[in-house]
Each structure stands twice: as C-alpha cells, then as structure tokens.
Design a protein around this ligand. Structure first.
Ligand code: HEM
Length: 435
C-alpha cells in the first residue's frame, strides 16, 4: 500500500482523536459519519467507556441522545424492552434542519404504528410478525439452502479475474449476499442486482451510493415498492411456498397487512440481509490482511473457519448501533433517563470493552468464546438472520481456502460514510496467479 495513503489515514485518525479528547465531556458527541469513514471513531468511544459510559449528548446533527458504550450496560438496555421501546425508531435520524429542504427520507416510524416493520415494534405485534418470517431462516431451511449457497459461492469465486486488481466488495461481497437474499425472497434471479441497489439506496448518504439527489432517491424507492407489491400480488394468487414474500402474503398474521406495512418488512429484510453480511465478508479480507499471523493460522487449520467468522462479526461490528426510546423515566447507572429520551446502544463500542473481551482491538481467530459479542444484539430483537449470516460466511471461506492461497489487499479500503452501517464501499484486492 502506498505510504501516502497510510499517512493520510493516520493523520485523519489523529485529528479525530484530538477532537474526541479536546471536546468538553458534557458536549461530547460520538455520532460523526466522517469519523466512521476515516476509522477514527474509536477514540470517542474509548473516552466515553472510561469517563462517562452512560453519556448524554444534548445536541447533535441527530438531536439529543444517550450513548451506552459498555458491553454489559448495552445488554441491560437491549434486554429491557418493557422500558426501552423500539416503536419510536431504532436508529439516529438526521434532524430536519440539517437536511436540504427537498430531502426525502422515508418516515422512520409510522406515528400510528400500523405501517411499521417488526424491528420497529414492541410485543405483542413484534413477536407475532417475527414468528411469521422466522421459518425462512430456521435450521432445517438453512440446511436445505447450504448447497445452493455453496454452489453460488463457487461460481462467484471461479469467475474472479486472476492476476488483476478488482473490487472485492462489488464482485464478491455484494454478489454473494444478494444471491442469498434473492433465494430467500424467490426474487427473479437475473434481476438480483436491483436488491443491492435498493439496499444501498436506503442506507447511503447522497453521493455515497446509487443516488445523488433526493428526487433520485424518491424514484428508486418508488420502483422498489412497486416491484415488491407486484411480487406480493403474484404470490398471494399462488399456493403458499417457503420464500419470505409468500410467507408474508399467506401468513395468518401478516396476509391482512397494508402495503405500507408489508413494504416496511420488505425493507427490513433487504437491509438486514444485505449490508451486514456483505460488510463482514469484506471485513474478513481486510482483517486477515492486517493480521497476517491470523491468516497463516487459518490457512494451516481450516477447521478455524467458524470461529474466524464469529471473530470477524465481532471485530467488524457491521451495525454500529441500535437505538431505543425510553417509555418511562428510568434511572440507569446513576443517570436519569427521561421518558421520550433516545438511548443509543453502541455495539461497536461494547465489542471493544476491555472489561469483557480480552485484548478487544486485536483480531484473534481462535478466541475461546468467539460468539461472545454484541453484533447481533440481544433480547427479543436479536438478529433473526444470525445463523444465515454465519452460514454464508463459513461457506464462502471454505470455498476460498480450496481455491486461493492469497487474496492481497492493495490499498486502504474506502469505508462507508455512515454512523449505522459500518462497512466498506470499495476494497481493491489482487489474487496472484499461481506459478
Ligand atoms: C453479520 C450479519 C448480521 C448482523 C451483524 C446483523 C445484526 C443485527 C442486529 C444488531 C439486529 C438488531 C438486534 C437488536 O435490536 O437487539 C438485527 C435484527 C434483524 N436482522 Fe440481522 N444482522 C445480520 C444478518 C442478517 C441477515 C442475513 C438477515 C436476513 C434474514 C437479517 C435480518 C434481521 C431481521 C429481520 C432483524 C429484526 C429482528 C427483530 O426485530 O426481531 N440479519 N440484525
């Protein structure tokens, strides 16, 4: 990698470190997309864990919010859905005053609650809807899907250019996760890249994905909605099947849903099944290049693939945070949280909590308890697709190890400009030709 790129990144990280430590603690705000893009967010969380683990930011581009930054505190909030509700949004949304006047962002939550996806619901509605889609990712279903995922992973890897630089994010990470998602939805396979585009539309900022203006975003979202309503209409007229759309269209608790609510669940599944796994696949390439001794360990012992996968999910933390809104006053760790306050659980910070995880910044593929991490959340909203994500990652790595002795990172990747999706927009690599 050219020294200038490394120097530039180091300079940017040093700048974020200075900002994180020079800010008065009572105004400290860790939610900067630029810090995540520069890999400079760590210092904010390091300071918060040490000096103010349950911290209030009175104002920011996302309004006021609490930050919970230590592992066990995050678990305590995530498992207390009676007090910390998901029905008023599960993230940080920009304040209208920081967006352009014509900005169009889908409503994060429906004020009446009728059109929310189940991640934006509390019991009992949440539990009922989650039960409808869970069978699509249950162990028996995953067992049946595994050979299909393996075959597709093999096709992707066998089509890669050898001896030439290429973008791993585009040719592998996006392709594999989109193929799997297309299988789950029984989405027309040849059009699967639409799923990638729509997922990126929903999760990127202007200029960082498939859209530049809010008009373009509006149009893309309308196309996505029309496409999925069409699929619903086709499936509702056909006999029930095992794909997610058919499950929603025929499930006794979801078949009467409004198209707004159906589309909310579709967007949840598109984002849930796409960016997260994609960024973990890319993260594994990055981490194994940065930690060559771990790469050597893996190649010497492929039985480590499953624990390497879990370690990558911890180390990468593909979703940096989830949020809740307190539905009553609540004292937590000596701080008074008020009803209506937004509380952000920074998984990205909890996964670096040195009191719970040994040497947490290091990437160690044979940790004794590799699934001990916060990346999938906890409690009733714990990721429904977690086993599917692990399966995809395990299969792609088993297939990589059969084929390529080396995947060489060529330069620092371009990281996502987001406080939510912690990932990579582009990662240039080279697979050397075999002599
Ligand atoms: C490495 C990959 C993944 C990560 C890190 C991840 C992370 C998460 C997290 C943090 C949550 C919220 C947990 C909470 O609030 O306590 C979640 C929920 C969810 N995830 Fe994943 N996810 C991944 C893969 C997937 C896949 C492949 C699917 C596709 C089926 C999926 C579908 C969902 C759904 C539907 C929910 C909502 C669950 C609920 O509200 O009950 N995720 N995920």
């Amino acid at each position: 990698m050219p020294d200038t790129a490394v120097d530039l990144l180091a300079e940017k990280k040093a700048l974020h470190r200075r900002r994180a430590y020079e800010a008065p603690l009572d105004k400290l705000n860790p939610a900067w997309a630029s810090a995540f893009r520069d890999d400079g967010h760590w210092a904010y969380f390091e300071r918060l864990r040490a000096e103010d683990p349950v911290h209030y930011t009175p104002d920011s581009n996302y309004g006021a919010f609490w930050s919970v930054t230590k592992y066990n505190d995050i678990m305590a909030i995530d498992t207390n859905h009676q007090v910390f509700s998901s029905a008023k949004g599960i993230g940080l949304s920009p304040k209208p005053s920081v967006l352009p006047a014509d900005a169009f962002i889908e409503r994060e939550v429906d004020p009446d609650g009728d059109a929310n996806s189940f991640i934006n619901m509390d019991p009992p509605g949440h539990d009922i809807q989650r039960k409808t889609v869970s069978p699509a990712v249950a162990p028996t279903q995953l067992h049946a899907m595994a050979p299909v995922i393996r075959e597709r992973a093999g096709l992707i890897l066998d089509s890669l250019p050898i001896g030439e630089p290429f973008d791993w994010v585009d040719l592998v990470s996006k392709e594999l996760t989109t193929m799997t998602l297309a299988t789950l939805f029984d989405f027309p396979f040849e059009e699967r890249r639409k799923l990638t585009m729509w997922s990126d539309t929903m999760t990127t900022a202007p200029g960082h994905g498939p859209w530049n203006t809010y008009d373009e975003r509006r149009q893309l979202m309308a196309d996505c909605r029309a496409y999925f309503i069409d699929l619903w209409n086709q499936r509702v007229d056909a006999p029930p099947a095992g794909d997610l759309i058919s499950m929603l269209a025929h499930g006794p608790d979801t078949r009467g849903a409004s198209m707004d609510q159906y589309f909310s669940n579709v967007t949840l599944l598109i984002i849930g099944g796409n960016d997260t796994t994609r960024n973990t696949i890319s993260g594994s390439i990055y981490a194994l290049n940065r930690y060559p001794e771990q790469n050597a360990k893996l190649r010497a012992n492929p039985a480590l693939v499953p624990s390497m996968v879990s370690e990558t999910i911890r180390w990468q933390t593909p979703l940096a945070h989830m949020a809740r809104v307190a539905n009553q006053d609540f004292e937590f760790k000596g701080k008074q949280i008020h009803a209506g306050d937004r509380v952000v659980m920074w998984y990205v910070s909890g996964n670096r909590d040195e009191e719970v995880i040994d040497d947490p910044y290091a990437y160690v593929i044979d940790r004794p308890h590799p699934r001990q991490h916060l990346s999938f959340g906890f409690g009733i909203h714990r990721c429904v697709g977690n086993r599917l994500a692990e399966l995809q990652l395990t299969i792609i790595w088993e297939e990589i190890l059969k084929r390529f002795p080396e995947i060489r990172l060529l330069e620092e990747p371009q990281r996502s400009y987001s406080i939510f999706i912690k990932g990579y927009e582009r990662m240039m690599v080279l697979i050397p030709r075999k002599n």
